[in-house]
Design a protein around this ligand. Structure first.
Ligand SMILES: Cc1cc2nc3c(=O)[nH]c(=O)nc-3n(C[C@H](O)[C@H](O)[C@H](O)COP(=O)(O)OP(=O)(O)OC[C@H]3O[C@@H](n4cnc5c(N)ncnc54)[C@H](O)[C@@H]3O)c2cc1C
Length: 758
């Protein structure tokens, strides 16, 4: 056996971005493991930090202060981030099943997905109660509730079901915030009625008597009605009922109890406890499957019941990271030793908190300040990355390999052949592509279904062939998503010509590595690409995949256009008086430049990626139906570059309204911070096309005129009279940000064709 560093040799996949996994990411960032690739799959890019949640509800913190930006953290850790929901595990094939991505391969797997409220056990609860988890959805419901209470005249009754620390804290935090909101509106805060339901005699049953008494006192003083031995057994619209027959009419019912394991865990075959939590041993390893680890609220340890609290999940992070590292390097695992007494700092909503640790009790405003200090310090570790490079990895950490895998790894780091020798091996390619299912079309005579030296297509009578090519390097670490965007980008030119896509050939480069890893990357990337090509009715008919230092993908795309439509929409078809319509927001260049520098918020990148996947296909018939005579898709030259490409052949001038430009969220901020794409300087040369540049220099949208776009929207020239109905239609078709951004003018005497309205 020989230790090898260099290419990817092992995949560790993390499901969920809970408190343990954020610790794992940070630890791997500080001490990377050569040859090991981390992938984190999570439904939420903004993953909440539970300790600060009540403070957020009470209004002491903003959203970003209490959420960890998982995309940024993953990027910092060199981990791939897949935003997706996991729905199962195929343990035999060692693959994670996701809602959107194709199955994701793992060598070691870790699950940190928290708990799931079991509303189904109580009739009516699923329909009429608001579960506190997942927090993202609770936050949406909380914001809606907040607005409802503010605008609702008269009394509002809120019932909170569950009187553990979460339920008590949440009650007090909501009450504090809502009362203040009513006072701010000049209303009587006593219009709010809070009821807290405890199935036990005690509230806060896992805390000491003095802590319980303190909270009982606070709840009485704050006018919260506590219902003890009041297990809620039925919920209906506008009310609930307890086992003892007590009924309460309530406007809102918040559910903070009866959490269990996620339902999909039951299908994995992993050992679970009665509540559906994953049974793990002292190494946080599944009792059933040594390749699978788990941590946080979703685990159960035999003979050691653990409180479902964030502090435990956080503490598990370190041994979990160590054991994941050890499991792929073939070393003995370490044990996680849960603390027998743990510190809980439970807040009362009004910047006051109570200390609870074993029999220890204290309270005061100072406790809140202490908690605030601890929590903020924790968040800083996960959000401030400057000056934190990890030390170089030690050789002892490297992954041990033997036999065929060792030979492949040596070959991956050795000098590689160029020319045809740099092709990805035929078996790897055919295995990777076997799982990819391109659509079949009658006009594809020879394609992937019967491969030959080249593909052969028929061009139907009356149609003409439209041909275009595009190719670029991966700018994100999710090959499936990259494949989708690369395909969408390549199709853009075809649609902009008013054509329908017919067929495509792919050209890709993939970094060398173990065959299984290369195969997996090609499969992920091509699955993404083919999903988009298929949606567009475009058949993948062939391609070439070679080795390269970076992942890259492009397509040569053929489209078909009715010969009568040729020339109906061209770059040179603008007419004075037309309205300029843009179908998608701009800003991808600056956002991704910021992402690589850890300066973009993860959710900005999420939104940009969604926009980049939005096809331009449906917009084209709409533009044509509204009389568009000129159209182009926005790509590398940026808005101004593409506009000038249209005004020149059309022999017109144009006016652009900077305030009207649709910008992707965050793009103005990152551009203002001077973070721009490396293509921007070349595009900025086109400022000479601007008549009144000086007046617009300070406008926040100004730099975005030059921002290169990937898979950008369509820029079209539409008769002014049809512009409004065209926009209404475009929005209905799924282009919510489509807007009029200016107008076409008759060519004037000035040399510069574009006037900016700032
Ligand atoms: C109102 C309230 C206040 C609380 N206050 C405190 C407190 O002050 N201190 C404390 O210690 N504890 C507190 N808790 C408890 C605490 O929230 C939990 O114990 C803690 O969040 C558990 O952490 P975790 O890492 O196990 O999972 P979570 O924090 O729940 O994280 C799970 C992650 O997995 C993701 N995920 C879930 N399912 C999937 C899937 N299928 N695919 C992909 N991703 C998935 C989620 O999006 C999330 O990012 C509070 C709880 C509540 C409800």
């Amino acid at each position: 056996m020989q230790a090898i560093t260099g290419p990817v040799l092992r995949d560790i996949v993390l499901i969920g971005g809970g408190h343990s996994h954020v610790g794992v990411l940070r630890m791997f960032a500080m001490r990377p493991l050569p040859g090991v690739r981390l992938t984190v799959i999570c439904t939420d890019t903004d993953t909440p930090y539970s300790g600060m949640l009540p403070g957020y509800i009470a209004g002491h913190y903003g959203f970003d202060e209490v959420h960890i930006d998982l995309r940024r953290l993953a990027w910092f850790a060199g981990a791939r981030y897949y935003r997706d929901e996991v729905t199962g595990i195929d343990r035999a094939a060692r693959k994670v099943i996701c809602r959107r991505h194709p199955p994701v391969s793992y060598d070691a797997l870790s699950i940190n997905i928290g708990s799931t409220p079991q509303l189904g056990q109580v009739p009516g609860a699923s329909e009429h109660a608001v579960p506190v988890k997942p927090i993202r959805r609770f936050n949406e419901r909380w914001l809606a509730l907040f607005e409802r209470v503010r605008s609702h005249a008269g009394t509002t009754t809120i019932a909170v079901v569950g009187a553990g620390a979460g339920g008590v804290e949440l009650t007090l935090a909501m009450q504090y915030r809502l009362r203040r909101a009513l006072v701010e509106r000049g209303r009587n805060p006593d219009e709010l009625r809070f009821h807290l339901f405890s199935a036990d005699e005690q509230i806060l049953p896992t805390h000491n008597a003095r802590v319980r008494r303190a909270f009982q006192g606070v709840l009485v003083k704050r006018g919260v009605t506590v219902h003890r031995r009041a297990e809620v057994i039925r919920v209906a619209a506008g009310g609930l009922q307890t086992r003892s027959g007590e009924a309460l009419e309530a406007d809102e019912i918040v559910w903070v109890t009866q959490a269990g394991g996620a339902p999909w865990l039951a299908e994995t075959g992993l050992a679970l406890d009665e509540q559906g939590f994953i049974r793990v041993n002292e190494s946080l390893q599944s009792e059933t499957d040594p390749l699978i680890f788990a941590a946080g609220d979703c685990v159960a340890m035999r003979g050691r019941p653990l409180e479902k609290a964030g502090v435990f999940a956080v503490r598990m992070g370190r041994p979990l990271a160590e054991n994941l590292r050890r499991s792929v390097t073939g070393q003995a695992l370490v044990s996680y030793r849960p603390q027998s007494r743990w510190l809980a700092l439970i807040s009362t909503g009004d910047r006051h908190a109570v200390v609870s640790r074993g029999a220890l009790y204290a309270r005061g405003d100072w406790v809140w300040r202490w908690k605030d200090w601890i929590d903020r310090r924790f968040m800083r570790k996960l959000s401030e990355f400057e000056g934190m490079p990890g030390p170089p990895p030690g050789a002892s950490d490297a992954v041990p390999l033997a036999g065929e895998e060792q030979a492949q790894a040596i070959s991956a780091v050795a000098m590689r052949c160029g020319g045809c020798g740099a092709k990805v091996g035929a078996t790897v390619l055919s295995r990777a592509l076997a799982g990819v299912k391109p659509i079949e079309r009658d006009d594809v005579l020879i394609g992937l279904h019967a491969p030959d030296d080249a593909a052969v297509m028929r061009v139907p009578r009356g149609m003409a062939l439209v041909h275009s090519v595009d190719f670029f390097r991966a700018f994100i670490d999710d090959p499936w998503l990259f494949g989708r965007i690369a395909a969408n980008h390549a199709l853009g030119d075809i649609f902009a010509m008013g054509a329908e896509a017919q067929s495509a050939t792919a050209i890709a480069t993939v970094p060398p590595g173990l065959e299984t890893k290369v195969e997996d990357t090609v499969f992920q990337m091509m699955s993404g690409a083919v999903s988009v090509l298929n949606e567009a009715g475009c058949a993948l008919v062939g391609g070439h995949t070679g080795e390269g230092s970076e992942l890259a993908l492009g397509f040569a795309v053929n489209g078909l256009i009715d010969e009568r439509l040729i020339g109906v929409m061209t770059k040179g078809g603008m007419r004075p008086g037309d309205a300029l319509i843009l179908t998608k927001p701009i800003g991808t260049g600056t956002l991704f430049a910021a992402h690589t520098r850890l300066k973009a918020r993860g959710r900005w990148i999420d939104a940009a990626l969604e926009s980049m996947q939005l096809s331009n296909r449906a917009a084209v018939p709409c533009l044509l139906a509204h009389g568009a005579t000129a159209c182009t898709d926005l790509t590398g030259f940026g808005l101004l570059g593409h506009l000038v490409e249209m005004t020149r052949p059309s022999a017109v001038d144009a006016e652009l309204e900077l305030d009207a430009l649709p910008l992707l969220e965050g793009a103005a901020e990152t551009a203002a911070a001077g973070i721009l794409s490396s293509l921007q300087p070349a595009n900025v040369r086109l400022r000479r096309a601007l008549r009144n540049q000086e007046e617009a220099l300070k406008h926040p949208a100004y730099p975005l005129l030059f921002d290169p776009q990937t898979a950008g929207g369509l820029l079209a020239s539409v008769p002014a009279a049809a512009a409004e109905s065209c926009l209404v239609e475009l929005r209905k078709l799924g282009y919510p940000r489509a807007v009029r951004i200016g107008r076409v003018l008759a060519q004037g005497d000035a040399l510069e064709p574009i006037t900016l309205i700032a």
